[in-house]
Design a protein around this ligand. Structure first.
Ligand SMILES: [Zn+2]
Ligand SMILES: [Zn+2]
Length: 273
């Protein structure tokens, strides 16, 4: 099987592992990958302070140059064996659109493939990291009032992300669309996420965006579900929205995860990022 993976992290991410990038590439070759996109968490705008309790959401801006250079070396070393794309996972941060646009205008020319994700939720003048931990999620629920209010804020932020003007380097692919469900087994919600996501699909289609078929959620003990779930992916596929597999690996052993769990009808629709 010809595998392409559009969502892979590296040792440049402070919450990941120290595995060498070569270990990811070697593992990808073993699995039969023909293409891999490295999409490290982009540096945050300097006006924004990382709300994750350990402040380790993304790579430091002064590491960006070596990230690009290291990956370029691997592109040369593995030319003809696997296609390596250099990208970033960019955060949509409500209230920091201009700064993000500015950052993208500086970093964007180096990037061949990127993802736009919502990890941060705004409540008035405060931001929270949605997927940091179960405990942090509980604190967020406390601040927003109810689990439903957190879900609602997430999907409203997602819509803003889709509509936002982040300039010519705005990523074309939306990361883990249902990330707010990461802790759903512990904090169930009566919120109708399916309806919300279905209502966003026409907008995603109109904008020409792709969806990250992110299997990481399947392996989160409190989630056990693909981001987004297959019903959404089936509808998206039928609408002609391009789907890109994303292992969201933070370690070489994560590569290829969840592919065997995907519905053959979805597998058939996966495209090269
Ligand atoms: Zn990460
Ligand atoms: Zn992410």
């Amino acid at each position: 099987m010809d595998i392409f993976d559009g969502h892979v992290h590296t040792h440049y991410c402070p919450h990941g592992t120290n595995a060498e990038i070569s270990a990811y590439i070697e593992r990808a070759l073993q699995l039969g990958y023909s293409q891999i996109s490295f999409t490290e968490h982009a540096p945050l705008p300097d006006t924004f302070s990382d709300p994750a309790p350990t402040r380790d959401s993304s790579m430091a801006i002064d590491e960006f140059r070596s990230y690009i250079e290291e990956l370029k070396d691997y592109q040369r070393a593995y030319a003809g064996r696997i296609t390596i794309k250099i990208g970033l996972e960019i955060d949509y941060i409500e209230g920091h659109e201009e700064e993000t646009k500015q950052l993208l205008s500086e970093l964007g020319p180096n990037l061949a493939d990127s993802i736009l994700s919502v990890h941060f939720l705004r409540l008035k003048d405060e931001w929270f990291c949605l997927d940091y931990s179960e405990k942090e999620f509980e604190r967020i629920i406390g601040r927003f009032g109810t689990t439903e209010a957190v879900y609602d804020a997430y999907y409203k932020t997602l819509e803003k992300a889709i509509l936002s003007d982040l300039g010519p380097y705005k990523p074309k692919r939306l990361g883990h669309l249902s990330l707010v469900s990461k802790f759903q087994k512990k904090y169930p919600s009566s919120y109708d996420s399916t309806r919300q996501m279905l209502s966003l699909l026409p907008l995603i289609k109109q904008k020409g965006y792709q969806l990250d078929v992110n299997t990481a959620g399947l392996f989160k003990p409190l989630c056990k579900e693909i981001y987004p779930p297959e019903t959404i992916l089936h509808t998206a596929a039928n609408m002609g929205i391009p789907l890109v597999y994303g292992s969201d690996s933070h370690h070489p052993s994560d590569l290829g995860r969840g592919l065997d769990a995907l519905d053959p009808a979805i597998l058939e629709h996966l495209i090269k990022p």
